[in-house]
Design a protein around this ligand. Structure first.
Ligand code: PBG
Length: 324
């Protein structure tokens, strides 16, 4: 009788045995931690829809980054929340912009930390869209010029990686060319190649104050119903010179993470977005789930799906749990 079936449970018999055959493991090397920088002094505002995530002012950044580095997380992605906004999102590309200031400070005080600059205009435009508006829509080609300027000013400030999240067509070409012309040939582009128009970004828009003032982002971000289109988006970014490919959101898009991993030979980054974080936090605060177990399960599933790196608001928690 025992010859008629396979005994899979043999490899699950103890913690040591399970650990030996485990196919995917989450480590601090996999993580990129997002931060939100606001103007002013001594500010630490908890984002209401993201418990444990704070908008912080520049004077708080260095301590925060030292803590992150000591925890073993080596990369941070910076979002700026400026006081002043205008139609062209000027704050994104001025020398004294908030991301540029934060980048300079971090690279001076904690140089070993990798600074990833999110290249977009939505936090800086008065209308909250990711580019310049013409006839009630975002003008692709005019926006590209400003995005290229933004990327170059972020590189000048010392950013190690440029991560354009704007979803304009041709953005990798234009940004690569501008970086190269300015002498930043060795700065990689982490392209938000596959970015869906998702309701999971709601809490981020509270944190970054970047909710569109009219309409939505559906003419530039992807339709969640589409799978083939993700391959076209990733293909053009790779052709144009992207060094990393981001898939965003992550949790409900693991099929896309796997497709992109199987089709392209570049590091794949899953963005575990704000709404995914908020859902877990809310359930944990209610006592409905075991937060630590769930976070490990969820992020390990992203690695299993093919993610090499994960951008996550849980990065510090995970590092603490791993160090326990
Ligand atoms: C900027 C940007 C967004 C996010 C990252 N970069 C918001 C958006 O596209 O509306 C969302 C991240 C998150 O939800 O955690 N374009």
């Amino acid at each position: 009788m025992t010859n008629n079936f396979k005994r899979h449970r043999r490899l699950r018999s103890s913690a040591a045995m399970r650990s030996m055959v485990r196919e995917n493991k989450l480590t601090t090397d996999d993580l990129i931690y997002p931060i939100f920088i606001v103007e002013g002094e001594n500010v630490i505002n908890e984002v209401p829809s993201m418990p444990g995530v704070f908008q912080i002012s520049l004077d708080r950044v260095v301590d925060e980054m030292r803590e992150l580095n000591a925890l073993g997380v080596h990369a941070v992605i910076i979002f700026g929340v400026p006081n002043e906004k205008d139609e062209h999102g000027t704050g994104a590309f001025v020398n004294g912009g908030i991301v540029q200031k934060a980048t300079r400070l971090i690279k001076k005080e904690v140089p070993e930390l990798l600074v990833v600059a999110d290249t977009c205009l939505c936090e800086y435009t008065s209308h909250g869209h990711c580019g310049v508006i013409h006839n009630d829509d975002v003008d692709n080609d005019e926006s590209l010029t400003l995005l290229a300027k933004t990327a170059v000013s972020q590189a000048e400030a010392g950013a190690d990686i440029i991560a354009p999240s704007n979803m304009m067509d041709g953005y990798v070409t234009v940004i690569r060319q501008a970086l190269d012309e300015a002498g930043y040939t060795s700065i990689p582009i982490m392209a938000y190649a596959v970015k869906y128009a998702s309701s999971f970004y709601g809490p981020f828009r509270d944190a970054a104050d970047s909710t569109p003032q009219f309409g939505d982002r559906k003419t530039y971000q992807m339709d969640p119903a589409n799978r083939q289109e993700a391959l076209r988006e990733a293909a053009s970014d790779i052709e144009e010179g992207a060094d990393f490919l981001i898939v965003k959101p992550a949790m409900s898009y693991l099929d896309i993470v796997r497709d992109v991993k199987n089709n392209f030979n570049a590091p794949i980054v899953a963005y575990n977005v704000s709404g995914e974080y908020a859902m877990v936090k809310a359930a944990a605060l209610k006592g409905w789930i075991d937060e630590k177990e769930l976070v490990f399960e969820k992020l390990t599933a992203m690695k299993r799906a093919g993610a090499d790196l994960i951008i996550t608001y849980f990065a510090k928690d995970i590092a603490k749990w791993l160090n326990e």
